[in-house]
Ligand binder design. Structure first.
Ligand SMILES: Nc1ncnc2c1ncn2[C@@H]1O[C@H](COP(=O)(O)OP(=O)(O)O)[C@@H](O)[C@H]1O
Ligand SMILES: O=C(CO)[C@@H](O)[C@H](O)COP(=O)(O)O
Length: 475
């Protein structure tokens, strides 16, 4: 144990694409008592991970927390959204999970959109247009491409509720993560039986959706170093967990730079964006979480830095190079077949300028959605909260400042997803609103960077390259 606690201890888990992070936190003060982290691998033809690996990584990360984890009174799991975990009648995994960033379901995405009335109908009824990222498109892909695996599937879970089920033996999810499936309708706040029937999935295959503040159960496994009988909260998707961890109030924009890039805010209005750029997710408390997500964020920029043989901070200003680093296809804008595009190279272009162009292209794709995410809920001078692994980097931060023209706040707390899960566990334990718990913990305290003049010229070059690269980017 690294620090002294005053109140009961809670554990927050972030099971994300690249790793599992665990925090043991004092429920009263928010003091982090211990932390752990264990990596995952992503493999397969698309993007897949073995859920058993998440469970093993959770065990490893908790063991790194030492005795503190064994003293926890409550636990909660935040997880990467949308992943399709298919289980058979014995509760065994049928095949590796299809992850949020797997773009193979692009044809199924288009077909589903049209078959059920078009993008506007989806946005109004479900809250999202079924892009390849979402679970419903993954399930349609599985049925078409691996019918035997689909036929053997009797239960479908998301990463966070798969882990919650292994912890508690209970089949429970929450409205936040359910809202990213494509079969939970934001208009009725329940599973949409017509869509489920259309894709051949029984509602019995899905977990119960807990109400905000409801428990999933208690720890029933002996496999992890957690106390038997500790309370387990319903958990949620990783972005919803980070929103809890920041104690967000409506209209406070967040930019998260991790494996995915995300931009979001809490809203009291149910979002219904017919362009599909902004997903109308639910948050974990009863409000909404309009969010746009990119596939090419920290990993894409790190890959460009490695190709150039440079440290990720070794950027140089100036030059005319423009890069759209869509190495994995892209989700925002919706270009699942895209690959990376470079324009404007000259003899004078330096490697550092090319690296800066990769940062610019990645941040541009995210910021393009910001106004639509906020939908008038915040002015141009509202600070952006910068979180995720990339928020530790100077080059990321300065690129965001230069292209947004907004003040930026980088919270001192680095693991906001795990911290949000811990706030949910603390809220359950103490009978408090988890966002109020996080505010009491002071999780947004951090370094403040004032606004700088927005680089309109770089923005225009990026917008022009995106437009003129159309046919190439559509693939
Ligand atoms: N000091 C740093 N500066 C810039 N980027 C960093 C730094 N440390 C980690 N990163 C980036 O953070 C990414 C991981 O972010 P994280 O939010 O933990 O990922 P995930 O989305 O899987 O949770 C890595 O891909 C790496 O590029
Ligand atoms: O698909 C989305 C949001 O809609 C992603 O944000 C995933 O939730 C993965 O998150 P990270 O592993 O990057 O944290």
């Amino acid at each position: 144990m690294g620090a002294q606690s005053e109140g009961p201890l809670v554990v927050g888990v972030d099971s994300s694409t690249q790793s599992t992070k665990t925090l043991v936190v004092d429920a009263e003060t928010g003091l982090v008592i211990a932390r752990g982290q264990a990596p995952h691998t992503v493999s397969g033809d698309g993007k897949e991970s073995d859920p058993e690996q998440w469970w093993q990584a959770l065990g490893e990360a908790l063991r790194q927390c030492g005795d503190a984890a064994r003293q926890a009174s409550a636990v909660s799991v935040g997880g990467q959204q949308h992943g399709l975990v298919a289980l058979d009648a014995a509760g065994e995994v049928v095949r590796p999970a299809l992850l949020w960033n797997d773009v193979r379901p692009a044809p199924q995405s288009e077909r589903l959109t049209e078959e059920l009335g078009g993008a506007k109908v989806w946005a109004e009824r479900i809250g999202i247009v079924p892009r390849p990222a979402f679970t419903v498109a993954k399930w349609a892909w599985l049925r078409e491409n691996e019918p035997a695996a689909a036929a053997a599937t009797t239960a479908v879970r998301l990463p966070h509720d798969y882990l919650t089920q292994r912890l508690t033996g209970q089949s429970v999810t929450d409205r936040g993560d359910a809202s990213g499936t494509g079969w939970w309708a934001s208009s009725t706040q329940s599973y949409d039986t017509e869509i489920l029937e259309h894709v051949g999935l029984s509602p019995d295959a899905l977990p119960r959706v807990a109400l905000p503040g409801e428990a999933a159960g208690t720890v029933r496994t002996e496999e992890l170093p957690l106390p038997h009988g500790a309370l387990v909260a319903a958990g949620t998707g990783d972005n919803m967990a980070a929103a809890l961890g920041l104690g967000l109030r409506p209209g406070q924009p967040v930019l998260s730079l991790g494996t995915s890039g995300t931009v979001y805010a809490v809203s009291t209005h149910r979002p219904t964006d017919p362009t599909g750029m902004v997903a109308g997710f639910a948050d974990a408390r009863g409000d909404w979480l309009p969010l746009a997500c990119t596939l090419n964020c920290t990993l894409a920029v790190d890959r460009v830095a490695a190709l150039l043989g440079r440290d990720r901070e070794a950027v140089e200003p100036g030059g005319s190079a423009v890069m759209l680093p869509f190495l994995d296809g892209e989700r925002t804008p919706n270009l699942p077949h895209a690959s990376g595009l470079v324009h404007g190279l000259r003899h004078s272009t330096t490697a550092g300028q090319l690296l800066q162009a990769a940062y610019d292209g990645s941040v541009f794709a995210l910021l393009q959605a910001l106004d639509q995410v906020l939908d008038g809920d915040a002015g141009a001078d509202t600070p952006l909260l910068l979180i995720g692994g990339g928020a530790k980097g100077r080059a990321w931060r300065e690129t965001v400042r230069r292209l947004s023209g907004r003040p930026v706040v980088v919270p001192q707390a680095k693991e906001l997803v795990a911290l949000g899960a811990a706030a949910q566990a603390a809220g359950l334990l103490l009978g408090e609103d988890p966002a109020a718990v996080a505010r009491r913990w002071g999780t947004t305290r951090g370094a403040e960077y004032p606004a700088v003049e927005r680089d309109g010229a770089a923005w225009e070059r990026l917008a022009a390259t995106l437009e003129s690269g159309g046919a190439l980017l559509r693939g």
